[in-house]
Design a protein around this ligand. Structure first.
Ligand code: MLT
Length: 391
């Protein structure tokens, strides 16, 4: 028996597990302290009423032999796939067929799993800093990874890879920097992928946070993207499903490599390894697209963005160098006095009892930066900023 030795190339712990471990140790030593967590991007608002109604109705259906449902269809119920195709795509001028949509238990699983349909010898390009799942899942598979630096000099938007990349991960609005990409710049990536036979994996988990109407919500707003891009979506950040779990991947039928349809490969993988998101959660997902659901979700997103604006302005007033937070729920700041992100993490945890995420956890070019999330409860967010002011 041999283990997968590629796992030995991973860092000891997944970033957010490491942070949780450090916070737990501190709070066990200091049980009287009230810790405010603005670290992991977990939501704090309860599921909105119209979505809860749909969820509760579906729960009741499961307890009645006339409406009970067993296994869900492998790729998701059509009521949800149709709603997604209509609201997330058709309404935005993108022509995505419900058959190109694969419902899942969330974008994190899809980000980690999608690489399975690609050969080990592909070169993977990721931004630096980056959401660690893209990197770790490809390290586990033994692939070569190249980095596209996102630094303040390029407004945290990557340049095209300098070495030929076969798979390119992009996440916009960006986690962790909270910055966005223009349609022209995104088109450059699409054109690069078309010229170089590459595939882009576009993580659009935070698209609901875009305020600026000129910023694309989907990569399929770019010309020719259906031949080169897979797009991933989450219900966690817009509708508060971090605990319910729901997401989807779009794999267009036009996406063909070596004469093989990637839509077919992903369907094959999905149906073999996955039995579908629960019926009750898919019904809740459908309600996100009802007129009442859309309004409720928009309100929640707006409230989180009030936190983002407050954090951003307060930190700027305090003299911090601050990015993001205008079209994204993340605020990216430079740690003061040339401190490392981890030193600032310790300082905030111990002196302000506030948890954030050190930039180093997202990559080499994240060094000296720090991420705060706007997903906290509004009162706690204000208190956290008061404590930071008092440092
Ligand atoms: C984050 O904090 O980066 C995200 O919450 C992680 C995730 O969505 O898995």
């Amino acid at each position: 028996m041999k283990i997968n030795k590629d796992y030995l190339n991973l860092s000891e712990n997944y970033l957010f597990s490491e942070i949780a471990k450090r916070v737990k140790a501190y709070s066990e030593e200091n049980p009287e302290k009230k810790i405010i967590k603005l670290g992991i991007g977990d939501v704090t608002k309860p599921i909105a009423a119209p979505i809860m109604e749909a969820l509760e109705k579906a729960v009741s259906e499961m307890g009645d032999s006339k409406t009970f449902r067993g296994y869900a269809p492998d790729l998701g119920y059509s009521f949800l796939r149709n709603a997604i195709a209509e609201s997330d795509y058709k309404a935005r001028g993108c022509d995505i067929d419900p058959d190109e949509i694969f419902v899942s238990d969330g974008a994190k699983s899809d980000c980690g799993n999608i690489q399975e349909i690609f050969d080990k010898d592909n070169v993977v390009a990721v931004t630096d800093p980056v959401y660690p799942v893209y990197v770790d899942s490809n390290i586990m598979a033994g692939r070569k990874i190249i980095y596209m630096p996102c630094i303040k000099e390029n407004n945290f938007v990557p340049e095209l890879p300098t070495e030929k990349a076969d798979i390119i991960y992009l996440c916009f609005p960006n986690n962790p920097t909270g910055t966005v990409i223009t349609k022209d710049k995104l088109q450059e990536f699409v054109d690069y992928a078309r010229k170089n036979d590459a595939v882009i994996i576009y993580d659009a988990a935070y698209e609901a946070y875009i305020n600026d109407p000129s910023i694309p919500h989907s990569i399929y707003e770019c010309e020719g993207a259906k031949e080169v891009a897979i797009e991933l979506h989450s219900f966690s950040k817009n509708a508060g499903f971090t605990g319910l779990r729901l997401g989807y991947a779009v794999v267009p039928k036009a996406l063909v490599r070596e004469g093989v349809s990637l839509n077919h490969l992903w369907a094959r993988r999905h149906s073999t390894k996955y039995n579908g998101a629960p019926y009750i959660v898919q019904r809740a997902g459908e309600a996100v697209y009802s007129p009442e659901g859309k309004l409720a979700v928009k309100k929640q997103v707006g409230e989180y963005m009030e936190n983002a604006a407050f954090i951003r302005k307060s930190l700027i007033d305090l003299g911090y160098e601050v990015y993001g937070g205008e079209n994204a729920p993340y605020i990216w700041l430079r740690a003061p006095f040339d401190m490392s992100g981890w030193d600032f993490f310790d300082l905030l945890l111990k002196r302000a009892n506030v948890v954030g995420t050190p930039g180093e956890g997202f990559g080499k070019f994240g060094a000296g930066y720090f991420r705060l999330t706007a997903f906290g409860d509004s009162e706690n967010t204000r208190e956290a900023i008061e404590r930071i002011k008092a440092l």
